[in-house]
Ligand binder design. Structure first.
Ligand SMILES: *Cc1c(COP(=O)(O)O)cnc(C)c1O
Length: 325
């Protein structure tokens, strides 16, 4: 059996810094801090940095993961406004401009890039343009967009990512990308959320699990990422066309569809849970067990996660049969 790596060894340090550089290159960010934990932990760390600003902000909500950001923000006792739009839609520049005009005190905006629950991709360049013009700091939850669509974080204040989801490695590492330096804030933040401590310690202030970092390194090297983005786009086009042919009610319109996930809002006469179970019995894996999916009677086909299931013909054929019942 191979001996476990020490997270303090020179060779691990070299790999760790290489992973940080590769991550930054993938999303065009200057720096990244890597934390042991889930994507939601990265959001808590972002909330901690926003708390240090002591300025009010705006949280954008258009689904489950936007609502999660409210919880992250409340956990850090932030003061913020909420802008909510119907699920299945993307934010429009006028939505943001109106809100910023009504509340000129807003110093930061925080929302999801891909709202994974609804399968909607928001327009990052539009967000940047709106924020840039007004000196507002933009924070983005990119947990499901990194690794599935091209992401350019130049000019973004803080953005979260994770080793699972789009990057396709084992879950367990959370990331916060940044383009400015952090100061440690020992009096104001919990140790593990204090990104300034991470930066000050070359990224490793506390124990990190080397196997997770090496798994991420392997995943980062496994693809030509531009090919992967094209692959995801092709899958999206083809699955959405096939679903349209059987009149499956796709939630997000083509104009704002996130390519790695398609959410289907089943009519009430069908049970998402029963259909998900049936498909699973036939070896087709889709998402349907999360509470927010069960509550809404939604199912999702996805090209994310370590298995890259990419449901296709068989999924659509079985779904058609179920919808005809
Ligand atoms: C999955 C997801 C999260 C939560 O990530 P966890 O690793 O489950 O904590 C947050 N935001 C988005 C957009 C996600 O897709």
């Amino acid at each position: 059996m191979a001996l476990p790596f020490s997270h303090r060894s020179d060779s691990f340090m070299t790999d760790f810094q290489a992973v940080r550089r590769q991550l930054c290159k993938l999303v065009n960010a200057e720096q990244v801090e890597i934390l042991m934990g889930s994507g939601t932990l990265a959001s808590d760390a972002i909330a901690g940095q926003l708390a240090l600003l002591c300025q009010p902000g705006l949280v954008l909500v258009s689904g489950e993961f936007g609502r999660r950001l409210i919880e992250n923000a409340n956990g850090a006792k932030l003061f913020f406004h909420i802008l909510e739009i119907p699920e299945g839609q993307a934010f429009q520049p006028a939505d943001l401009e109106q809100e910023l005009k009504a509340h000129p005190d807003i110093a930061w905006i925080w929302g999801t890039h891909c709202e994974t629950s609804t399968g909607v991709l928001n327009d990052l360049e539009m967000y940047k343009a709106v924020c840039d013009g007004r000196g507002v700091k933009l924070c983005m939850d990119c947990i499901s967009s990194i690794g599935t669509v091209p992401v350019d974080l130049a000019g973004v204040y803080l953005a979260s990512g994770t080793s699972g989801k789009g990057l396709g490695a084992a879950s367990g590492l959370a990331m916060v990308f940044h383009n400015h330096d952090f100061e440690p804030a020992p009096d104001d933040l919990p140790c593990c959320l204090d990104l300034g401590r991470y930066q000050a310690a070359q990224g490793i202030p506390f124990t990190v699990q080397p196997s997770l970092v090496h798994g991420l390194q392997t995943a980062l090297q496994a693809h030509d990422w531009n090919e992967r983005f094209e692959d995801v786009r092709d899958w999206s086009k083809s699955i959405r066309r096939k679903l349209a042919e059987i009149d499956a009610p796709i939630l997000a319109p083509d104009s704002c569809a996130m390519p790695a996930v398609v959410t289907i809002a089943l009519p009430a006469l069908h049970s998402s849970e029963a259909i998900g179970d049936t498909l699973k019995d036939h070896g087709v894996h889709i998402s349907y067990r999360n509470n927010y999916l069960l509550e809404r009677n939604w199912i999702q086909a996805s090209m994310m996660g370590p298995e890259h299931h990419r449901p296709a013909e068989k999924f659509v054929r079985l779904l058609k049969k179920e919808l005809a019942r």
